[in-house]
Design a protein around this ligand. Structure first.
Ligand code: ACO
Length: 427
């Protein structure tokens, strides 16, 4: 642990301990600041604030490093599976062969939804955004699984976590089926987690669905790459919602709502829409100029990141996967050429260099998902599906942390000071 930090405020000196993690920056423990000085810290967007301690995921944004429980994301994406990464995030270590088999079996036993939940879908308009459906249906799970909502019971917490991981593909696939007017397909538990999701999404009851191993493997990789990302906006939302003791299904619904925004999970949809709008590489300079123009709100979607000031390591894996998938599927999509060219031009442009703006995970994922056959509105749903394991792992960690308190930020008040009410007749 480094030395204490001394602060002089209002003629008084107070001292604060500096805490060190395993790796990464030290943090100044300011929990006693208000009691000692009567002052708060001001940090909109939490750019310099650690809201919790966590042993799940580590990011070094300057170096472009992402570790889950210590394992680099590129090794996990290339060599592991989404089920194994889920076990790792939830339990802290890689499973033995038997543990992985048992975990996969357990997840497969929770894939079905209560039949009554299917009727919820019919209440939505057919053109509803599938994220709107996800928010509603996932929140509604709390009304169906009362036997796993006692958050103080670790066993119930684990059952709720398994339920959420297992049911998310079913819920997501049903949201898609509803939008295209096709019948829902029940899960088939002899398939892999990802294969089962693909079949429920693209299969029809009238014929057998053949899973393409290239697509199955690319999809699994996308799930791994989105599984967790430490204290991002949606994960912090899940933790904040959970800090009041809310049940896990409600907390994950809150996370889904936050993820929906275009600055977060909605960016892959926005990135592909932008690439399609650009259309051909010759129009790239026009869009680069717009992104640099202070008076134009346009931003290059899929570029820039709050934490990564270097390549997002997930973008590197996905950039490679995009070429592989499109090649193997024999798809020649001009959008991929536009993306590659845009990446090269932006990386050499002084504006992007100065501001350390690099492609993020969303830049290439849309190209792959579109090649697989997903409409853009489903992109964020797939992100939510994969991120559910990260959310539940973080939520479990928070509930079992003895230092956990209800999340309650302070503010710098800039409104009117105390003033007397004036009756409307005198205003
Ligand atoms: N295009 C053009 N300029 C940009 C971009 C961009 N994509 N991103 C940031 N900038 C500029 C800003 O205009 C700002 O310039 P200024 O200093 O002259 O005002 C500077 O870079 C810093 O931008 P901030 O918004 O302050 O950076 P912040 O860390 O808060 O934002 C964010 C990060 C929201 C991701 C931002 O880069 C962005 O909007 N990117 C596009 C959306 C996107 O791809 N989101 C996906 C994020 S990854 C994920 O959620 C999984």
């Amino acid at each position: 642990m480094a030395d204490n930090v001394k602060l002089e405020l209002g003629g008084k000196t107070s001292e604060y301990p500096v805490l060190s993690g395993t790796v990464g920056p030290d943090v100044v423990d300011i929990r006693k600041l208000y009691a000692a000085t009567g002052a708060f810290t001001y940090d909109p967007g939490f750019t310099s604030t650690a809201s919790c301690q966590s042993a799940i995921t580590y990011i070094d944004g300057d170096e472009g490093v992402l570790l889950h429980r210590g394992y680099p994301i590129d090794q996990l994406a290339e060599q592991s599976s989404f089920m194994e990464v889920s076990y790792l995030l939830l339990n802290g270590q890689l499973p033995s062969a038997k543990e992985l088999e048992d975990f996969t079996y357990t997840i497969s036993r929770h894939t079905m939804l209560h039949e009554q939940l299917a009727t919820f879908y019919r209440g939505f308009r057919r053109d509803a955004h599938p994220m709107a459906i996800m928010c509603g249906v996932v929140g509604a799970l709390s009304a169906f699984y009362h036997d796993s909502t006692d958050i103080n019971d670790p066993k119930q917490r684990m059952i709720a976590s398994h339920r959420l991981i297992a049911k998310m593909p079913t819920i997501a696939a049903m949201a898609y089926k509803y939008s295209v007017g096709q019948p829902f397909l029940y899960p088939k538990n002899d398939l892999s987690y990802t294969g089962n999701f693909l079949r429920m999404t693209f299969g029809v009851p009238a014929e057998e669905y053949e899973i393409d191993p290239v697509i199955e493997s690319a999809m699994d990789k996308i799930f791994i790459l989105h599984a967790d990302h430490e204290q991002n906006a949606s994960t912090s939302t899940v933790r904040l919602a959970g800090s009041s003791g809310a049940n896990p299904f409600a907390c994950i619904a809150a996370g889904i709502a936050c993820l929906w925004g275009p600055a977060h999970g909605g960016a892959n949809e926005a990135a592909l829409n932008m690439l399609r709008e650009i259309g051909t590489p010759d129009r790239i300079p026009e869009y680069i100029a717009r992104a640099k123009n202070k008076d134009d709100p346009f931003r290059l979607m899929g570029f820039g990141h709050r934490v990564y000031k270097n390549f997002d390591p997930r973008a590197k894996v996905l950039g490679k996967a995009a070429t592989e998938v499109l090649d193997k599927l024999g798809i020649n999509d001009p959008v991929l050429d536009t993306a590659r060219e845009l990446e090269q031009i932006a990386l050499k442009d002084q504006y992007f260099i100065d501001k350390k703006l690099y492609p993020n995970v969303d830049f290439y994922s849309g190209v792959i998902l579109s090649a697989i056959g997903f409409p853009t509105t489903m992109f964020t749903v797939l992100f939510a599906l994969a991120r559910t394991v990260g959310w539940v792992a973080q939520w479990n960690e928070m509930i079992s942390d003895p230092e956990q308190k209800i999340g309650r930020p302070r503010q710098l008040y800039t409104g009117a000071a105390n003033r007397d009410y004036v009756p409307v007749s005198q205003r």
